[in-house]
Ligand binder design. Structure first.
Ligand code: NAP
Length: 466
């Protein structure tokens, strides 16, 4: 029998409750002609992934997408199992045995490494960890970032680099009107940081920032923005790039903003943010902690594929600094029992259908989001991506190629209960949400996040201790 009839609903587990997971759930539940049940599992007691723990707190509009996910979560056939780690509480094989299909949606949980000496010195951090810390992610809440230095170097020219640069420079009132974790507001507002230097290995025309993020760097209340005029003067390689189809409107607009920044007179603000291009970090140095970074000065060239690449010259530059944030991209990790392409940091797939050795299908396994395509794109990119995967899944269901399963809706909660897993359901999250908003309202803030597992679990169980 093909699952999808009321007598045998199509039962799907989605592992990960970020945007990709929610768009996959929305796509599945948008088929009223079929009986489909969706169980969403997350390692954290809280849903929404990087919308809660990644999006910069001073970008509340971006977070409003949560309303759409709440609608999906309100569907009768949707259930949430938070605080459940696949690979620890339940294996991938066990989970797959309970559902017709598993959709892996757990994103890219770690960071890319520079692979240079000194990368692990105290004071050198992955920007992704700094982001998780100021957003109150319970795994990172007790991390320490020593902000007692004057200059921070941020490596990378993507939106995460822009986010951390901005957060380092926001004044207290602009932090207090956000949902930044309370400990991070104190640390950031009391920091000695006066200058953030953002290093890009290529030129201003090739930066990965999107336009609003660049413009915001020029609108900071307390910090002047600085770009060297020589850096925006068109070199031949960039001029050819901008004339070619490889460049898009974002590249051109970014360059306009950088050019405008380079023409500004300093406004006398107490802090500064500088974008310095054509620099590749070679070594992070210091006696027991970060004191300086040595970077190669690059020139641009076009490689055989036509891409603009940075090529180091013999010239180097040494920059004194007390902290380095490495912001060169997220990286996916594998999960036991599921095929994994370690070089690319993704689960290999064709249109979202997980493939194993020699591109053979791995029946019943699907993938969406960053663990499908790599850590690229904005939140909305995941919608089309998830729709593609769910189309593939439903094609397989119709073709009768999904594995046969006889486990019912009670199977997962029964297994978790038997193992003593303290899982949180959606109404438990709603208790957390209500308490965070209540605490925020009392302090004139949008919410005050709970940042420790014990607090989150207690709130989910409605044990409010003040
Ligand atoms: P990203 O956009 O991929 O940027 C990574 C940056 O690191 C690039 O400038 C890249 O330079 C540089 N880089 C990579 N390897 C390097 C190396 N070995 N040495 C020096 N530089 C290196 O990544 P991200 O900033 O982590 O952002 C991830 C995704 O989330 C992006 O799609 C981003 O747009 C999105 N995001 C969006 C928002 C928003 O919408 N507001 C906020 C945060 C993140 P090359 O270009 O030369 O490779």
């Amino acid at each position: 029998m093909t699952p999808g009839e009321p007598s045998e609903p199509l039962r799907v587990a989605i592992v990960g409750s970020g945007p990709a997971g929610f768009y996959a759930a929305e796509a599945l539940l948008g088929h009223p002609e079929m009986a489909i049940e969706v169980d969403m599992i997350d390692r954290l007691p809280t849903p929404f992934g990087l919308v809660r723990a990644g999006v910069a707190p001073d970008h509340p509009k971006i977070k409003s997408v949560i309303k759409r996910y709440e609608k999906t979560a309100g569907h009768d056939a949707y259930r949430f199992f938070g605080h459940v780690t696949v690979g620890r509480d339940v294996s991938a094989e066990e989970l797959a045995g309970l559902y017709h299909a598993v959709v892996w949606a757990y994103g890219a949980g770690t960071d890319r490494k520079l692979g240079i000496p000194g990368e692990d010195l105290p004071g050198s951090h992955a920007a992704t960890e700094f982001v998780a810390w100021y957003n109150g992610h319970p795994d990172f809440a007790d991390r320490e970032f020593d902000l007692g230095c004057e200059r921070v170097v941020v490596i990378g020219n993507g939106n995460v680099a822009a986010d951390v640069a901005r957060m380092l420079l926001l004044p207290r009132p602009e932090l207090e009107c956000t949902d930044t974790a309370p400990y991070a507001i104190d640390a950031l507002a009391g920091s000695s940081v006066r200058e953030v230097l953002v290093l890009g290995r290529r030129g201003p025309a090739q930066a990965a920032f999107t336009n609003p993020e660049v413009r915001e760097l020029g609108e900071l209340t307390d910090a002047d923005v600085f770009v060297d005029r020589a850096a925006v003067a068109a070199d031949e390689t960039s001029a050819a790039f901008l004339d070619s189809d490889a460049a898009d409107a974002t590249n051109r607009k970014n360059l306009e903003s950088f050019t405008e920044f380079s023409e500004r007179e300093p406004g006398g603000k107490p802090k500064r943010v500088e974008l310095r291009f054509l620099r590749t970090p070679l070594e992070i140095q210091g006696d027991g902690r970060v004191e300086r970074i040595v970077a190669a000065v690059n020139r641009l060239e076009v490689d055989e594929s036509g891409a603009v690449r940075a090529r180091a010259t013999d010239e180097t530059e040494t920059i004194e600094c007390g902290m380095v944030l490495r912001s060169i991209g997220y990286l996916g990790t594998g999960i036991d029992g599921v095929p994994y392409d370690a070089a690319a940091g993704v689960i290999p797939n064709e249109r979202g259908r997980v493939t194993g050795d020699g591109s053979k299908p791995h029946p019943g396994h699907y993938v969406v989001g960053w663990i499908k395509r790599g850590p690229t794109g904005v939140i909305g990119t995941n919608k089309k991506d998830a729709q593609e995967t769910i189309e593939t899944l439903l094609e397989d269901a119709a073709a009768g190629t999904l594995p046969e399963r006889d486990a019912g809706a009670d199977a997962l909660p029964a297994l978790l209960a038997e193992r003593g897993v303290d899982f949180i359901e959606y109404d438990g999250w709603q208790e957390i949400d209500a308490l965070e908003q209540e605490r925020g309202a009392a302090a004139g803030r949008p919410r005050i996040k709970l940042t420790a597992f014990e607090e989150l679990l207690a709130a989910a169980r409605k044990e409010r201790n003040g």
